[in-house]
Design a protein around this ligand. Structure first.
Ligand SMILES: Cc1cc2nc3c(=O)[nH]c(=O)nc-3n(C[C@H](O)[C@H](O)[C@H](O)COP(=O)(O)OP(=O)(O)OC[C@H]3O[C@@H](n4cnc5c(N)ncnc54)[C@H](O)[C@@H]3O)c2cc1C
Length: 407
C-alpha cells in the first residue's frame, strides 16, 4: 500500500490496524486434527519430554531399523513418522498437501535424504527432487521445494573446498556433478515457476553453499524468486552477510531470496570449535540470536520489494513480530514475498492461526522411507525433549483443546 505522505511532508502515515491475530485460539489451531489424532499427538509429545527415553530410544531405534527388526518400521510409522512426515513418497504426500490446503496452509516438499556420498545415490536424490518440482507445479498449494545440497554431493567435497579453496581432480569431478545437478534443478524450477529453498548446514561446509546459492540467484532470480538461500542467525556473522548479499543482488538486478532460521547445529558447532581450538561462529547467547533473527525479519520486510523472504521458525515472538511488521506497514499480507513456515507436526498453533488470519504460511513436509528420514526424526525427538518455552506452550494448548472438546 502506498504512503499518503505528501511531497511537502504534510499529511500522515495511515494508522496501522490492530493485529488481527491470536495465537491462543485452540479451535483454529487444531481443527485439522480428529480427536484420536489430537490424543496421539499429546501422548507422543509427553513421551518425547522424557530425555532419557529419547536418548536411549534414538540409539535402539537406529539399530532396530538397520537390523530390520520385524514390526519396527510399522511402529515408527504409526507414531513419530506420522507426526512429523508427510509420507514415504510423493503420492502419499498428496493427502497431507490437500488436508493442509483445506486449512489455507501451503506445503514445502522436503525429500528426507541426507549425507549420501555414492554418485548413484546422489543421482537418485536429484531425480526425486525433480519429481517433487513436478508435483509442486501440479498443485497450486505447493509453491516451493526444499533442497539439501548435502543430498546432492559428498559432504567431504564441500569441506575440502572450504578448507583449501581448491579441489583435487577427483573432488573437482564430484563438485562439477553437483553444479550440473543444481543447474538442472533450478532450470526446471524456473520453467515450472516453483521456488527452491537451499537448506543451511554446518559452518565448515556452508561457504561453498552460500557461493553457489548466489551464483544461482544471479542466473534464475531475474523476474521471479526461484532460489532462496538460508541464513542461520545463531551465527554472529550472518545478519551482516544477509544485508551484504541483498545489496549485491540489487546491484545484479535480481530478486534476493532469503529464508531465515536460528540454526540447527548449535552443540555440534560449539563442540567442534572447542575441540579444534578456533573461535565458535555461534552467538554468545540465545538473546543475541533472537536479536539478530528479529533484525533480519525487519530488514527483509522493510525491503520486501527486492527481497522475497521467509520467517522459518517456531518462536512465537518472532512470528508475531513479522506479522506486526506486515500489519504496521499496511502491506498486502498475501504478497508472495512475505512468508512464514513451520515444520510439519510442530507449532500448529502458530501455523493455523497465521493461515486463518490470511498470511502466507507453509508447512515444511518431509517425506522418504523410514530408513531415510530416521536422522531427521531423531533430531525432531531431541528438539522436542526439552518441553520448555514454546514447546510447553504447544503442549498446554493441546491440553486446553482436549478439555474444550471434552476428550
Ligand atoms: C521451516 C523450517 C526450516 C528450517 N530449515 C533449516 C535449515 O535449513 N538449516 C538449519 O540449520 N536449521 C533449519 N531449521 C531449524 C532451525 O534452525 C531451528 O533449529 C529451529 O527452528 C529452532 O529455532 P526457532 O526459531 O524455531 O525457535 P527457538 O526455539 O526460539 O530457538 C531455538 C534456537 O535458538 C538458538 N539458540 C539456542 N540456545 C542458544 C544459545 N545459547 N546461543 C545462541 N543461540 C542459541 C539455536 O539456533 C536453537 O535451535 C528450520 C526450521 C524451520 C521451522
Amino acid at each position: 500500500m502506498e504512503s499518503i505522505m505528501t511531497e511537502s511532508g504534510l499529511g500522515s502515515e495511515p494508522e496501522p490496524s490492530p493485529l488481527d491475530l491470536s495465537f491462543t485460539n485452540t479451535e483454529i489451531a487444531f481443527s485439522s486434527k480428529s480427536n484420536s489424532e489430537l490424543k496421539n499427538t499429546y501422548r507422543l509429545f509427553k513421551l518425547m519430554n522424557n530425555s532419557r527415553l529419547v536418548s536411549i530410544g534414538s540409539v535402539l531405534t537406529l539399530w532396530a531399523v538397520k537390523l530390520r527388526i520385524p514390526f519396527i518400521n510399522y511402529l515408527i510409522k504409526k507414531t513419530i513418522f506420522s507426526q512429523f512426515c508427510g509420507g514415504e513418497n510423493l503420492l502419499d504426500c498428496q493427502t497431507t498437501i490437500d488436508r493442509l490446503y483445506d486449512y489455507n496452509t501451503l506445503t514445502i516438499l522436503d525429500y528426507g535424504a541426507e549425507g549420501k556420498s555414492d554418485e548413484e545415490d546422489l543421482d537418485a536424490v536429484l531425480e526425486e527432487n525433480m519429481r517433487a518440482l513436478e508435483m509442486a507445479a501440479s498443485n497450486n498449494s505447493v509453491p516451493i521445494v526444499s533442497v539439501k545440497i548435502t543430498g546432492l554431493v559428498d559432504n567431504e567435497v564441500l569441506e575440502n573446498l572450504q578448507k583449501n579453496g581448491s579441489l583435487s581432480t577427483p573432488d573437482q569431478v564430484k563438485y562439477d556433478r553437483l553444479l550440473e545437478r543444481m543447474y538442472a534443478l533450478c532450470e526446471k524450477a524456473n520453467e515450472l515457476r516453483v521456488g527452491i529453498f537451499i537448506d543451511a548446514e554446518e559452518s565448515w561446509i556452508q561457504k561453498p553453499i552460500d557461493t553457489l546459492a548466489l551464483e544461482l540467484m544471479k542466473e534464475y532470480n531475474k523476474d521471479f524468486c526461484v532460489v532462496y538461500n538460508t541464513y542461520q542467525m545463531y551465527r554472529h556473522d550472518k545478519l551482516a552477510q544477509l544485508m551484504q548479499d541483498h545489496v549485491w543482488a540489487m546491484g545484479e538486478n535480481v530478486v534476493f531470496g532469503a529464508k531465515m532460521v536460528r540454526g540447527a547445529y548449535l552443540e555440534k558447532e560449539n563442540e567442534r570449535a572447542v575441540e579444534l581450538g578456533y573461535k565458535s561462529p555461534i552467538q554468545p547467547d540465545k538473546a543475541s540470536t533472537d536479536r539478530d533473527f528479529n533484525a533480519a525479519l525487519k530488514y527483509c520486510i522493510e525491503n520486501y520489494q527486492t527481497i522475497s523472504s521467509c520467517c522459518a521458525s517456531h518462536n512465537l515472538e518472532s512470528n508475531r513480530y513479522q506479522a506486526e511488521l506486515i500489519n504496521d506497514k499496511n502491506l498486502d499480507k498475501t504478497h508472495p514475498h512475505l512468508n512464514f513456515s513451520q515444520l510439519y507436526g510442530m507449532s500448529d498453533y502458530i501455523t493455523f492461526n497465521l493461515a486463518d488470519a490470511g498470511y502466507n504460511v507453509a508447512k515444511y513436509v518431509p517425506y522418504g522411507s523410514v530408513r531415510e528420514v530416521m536422522p531427521y526424526l531423531i533430531r525432531r525427538a531431541q528438539e522436542n525433549t526439552s518441553i520448555t518455552g514454546d514447546m510447553s506452550r504447544e503442549l498446554s494448548l493441546i491440553d486446553k483443546e482436549m478439555k474444550r472438546r471434552g476428550i
